[in-house]
Ligand binder design. Structure first.
Ligand code: ADP
Ligand code: TRP
Length: 323
């Protein structure tokens, strides 16, 4: 049976990008594989969060994962900091992680640009900690979005380097996983890059967004002046709206708007109205389950404890063997 590992940092609410990019694939895999899913709270420390907020966020996201369908009966669900073995593996891997390669990581370079006054060693070695998360359970595959591809490449490098250095065939080479042919990148509503919690609040759709908020965000999404001649290519802004539609709308609805775009009869107001309606239908049941789950603190503590026991058993075996 294949082993699957994935995790997410507990920063704020879950958005549509993380759901479709990573979580949904994990939820499908939990039916058929040996699955570990964790809240990556150590990874959050690179930005020095307020401890009370961080502890609260861990509980919030855990409730949201479960509300989305992550099933603690099928997958091992745990909190990274409750399995300290990962820190030991991180240390071992750091001995063979080189400054040059860590400095070349795109996400590191982005963070340095955004926040030049906080270039700490934890940030630099973020990919080693991530590799430790994955190798700790000897994962075969890791459901993540497209932005994590390079981190997976580094994980394979560290795994190989370890095997080579100690002349063993121990760690596998885990791959970034998506059920489609390609890793997913869900766009934001502002016509620029991917949907992300670090982008403008108005460009990101959260699974807890109330109907009025959701509608307002979508109705204000960026568009263009409209197709100027039949069968013209779509601008990035319009392509993004269609991409979001593909996640939640029926194929005949998409076809209808595609046709209207091609013959220049499309009205962007109608397109957005339809998208808002289909998005609300998709989000409503999840939002409801999130609200129910958030008040269920006893249940959440119990599953985190059970998951942690399971994860520790797997982690301890790896650490024994690595030592
Ligand atoms: P954010 O980018 O908002 O900080 P995270 O870093 O918490 O999101 O991402 C958690 C997971 O969700 C990662 O596997 C990431 O690749 C995936 N993900 C996040 N945003 C998107 C997106 N817009 N499209 C596809 N996958 C995404
Ligand atoms: N780096 C991932 C993100 O930003 C989070 C993460 C940490 C992760 N460790 C992981 C994802 C291990 C998959 C496997 O979303």
């Amino acid at each position: 049976m294949k082993t699957i590992v994935s995790g997410m940092r507990p920063t704020g609410n879950l958005h549509l990008g993380s759901y479709f990019g990573a979580l949904k694939n994990f939820i499908r895999l939990q039916q058929e594989a040996n699955c570990y899913f964790f809240v990556a709270d150590y990874h959050s420390l690179t930005t020095h969060p307020n401890p009370t907020n961080l502890h609260q966020s861990v509980k919030t996201v855990l409730a949201q994962y479960i509300a989305c369908g992550l099933d603690p009966e099928k997958a091992t669900v745990y909190i990274q900091s409750q399995v300290p073995e990962v820190v030991e593996l991180y240390m071992f891997l750091n001995m063979n992680a080189y400054l040059g390669e860590l400095e070349r990581v795109t996400s590191f370079k982005d963070k340095v640009r955004q926040n030049p006054q906080n270039v700490n060693a934890g940030l630099l070695t973020y990919p080693t900690l991530m590799a430790a998360d994955i190798l700790l359970h000897k994962a075969d595959a890791v459901p993540v979005g497209k932005d994590q591809e390079q981190h997976l490449e580094m994980t394979r490098t560290f795994a190989n380097r370890f095997n080579h250095m100690y002349q063993v065939d121990y760690f596998k080479e885990p791959i970034a996983w998506n059920f489609g042919n390609e890793l997913v990148k869900v766009p934001g509503l502002d016509g620029s890059g991917k949907m992300s919690k670090s982008e403008a609040e108005s460009a990101t759709i959260y699974l807890v967004d109330e109907p009025s908020v959701l509608k307002k965000k979508i109705m204000r999404a960026k568009t263009d002046a409209g197709p100027q001649e039949p069968n013209s290519p779509k601008s990035v802004e319009i392509e993004n709206l269609f991409s979001l539609m593909k996640l939640v709308s029926k194929s005949e609805v998409i076809e209808q708007f595609d046709k209207a775009y091609a013959d220049c009869s499309i009205r962007y107001g109608d397109l957005k109205k339809q998208l808002a309606e289909d998005m609300e239908n998709f989000i409503a049941p999840i939002r409801e389950r999130i609200h129910e789950m958030e008040s269920n603190t006893e249940y959440l503590s119990r599953i985190a404890k059970e998951g942690c026991d399971n994860a520790i058993a797997s982690a301890q075996q790896t650490i024994r063997e690595v030592r």
